[in-house]
Design a protein around this ligand. Sequence first.
Ligand code: HEC
Length: 199
Amino acid sequence: MNNQQPIELDEELERSTNRWMRTGIVFLFMLALAFPLFRLYEPAQRAEAREAHLSFLADHGSDLFEVNCSSCHGARGIGGIAPAVAALEFLQSADDEAIFQLISVGVVGTDMVAYSSDQGGPMTHSQIEAITTYLRSLEEDATSNAMWRTPLADEALTGRDLYTMARTRPGRYRGRRPFIGWEVRCRRGLRQPPRQAYP
Ligand code: HEC
């Protein structure tokens, strides 16, 4: 008589165990299904995030370039008193690492000073990385310019071309007075870049 109770308990336990096992199997199935879906969508999401990051960097780099570099290299790198860094010839010959280095350490003995703070310049690594990303982003639509190293020597340039190259900053930066002084100083051969990178 006394052993009736434990048997009832066991049945209850078994029912409960079975219930949990069924739930577990369903759950396992859901996981197994979710995994391939995850595998399917994850790379696309990662690529999207990477794209967004690069486009953000390029945007930032574009601002930095127009303010800090276009006075010599022309608006959007079309060239000026310094090489046309947006020319297909340059962008195809220099990889990102090379561009990053050129900006960081400059070209000794020329007006191209070192921009990296490691070299006493005004820019951080991430600012230089942003400019590098920006220049790379121009490659897709870059046009060829055989005279990219000495853009002003091109005799085919019209007065209007020269005006565009010398005007340097595109419209939205017009009126930002502080840079005019810097430009004049730079033309006069005073080679130090400004202490601070703008903006
Ligand atoms: C004061 C004028 C001046 C400014 C400002 C300037 N550069 Fe330059 N840059 C030059 C000159 C001149 C050269 C060519 C050096 C040489 O003779 O090799 C050069 C060369 C370069 C080159 C290498 C091109 C090549 O010949 O292979 C890159 C890249 C470059 N500059 C990027 C930049 C960037 C980015 C900035 C802004 C952060 C900048 N420069 C600001 C004058 C300038």
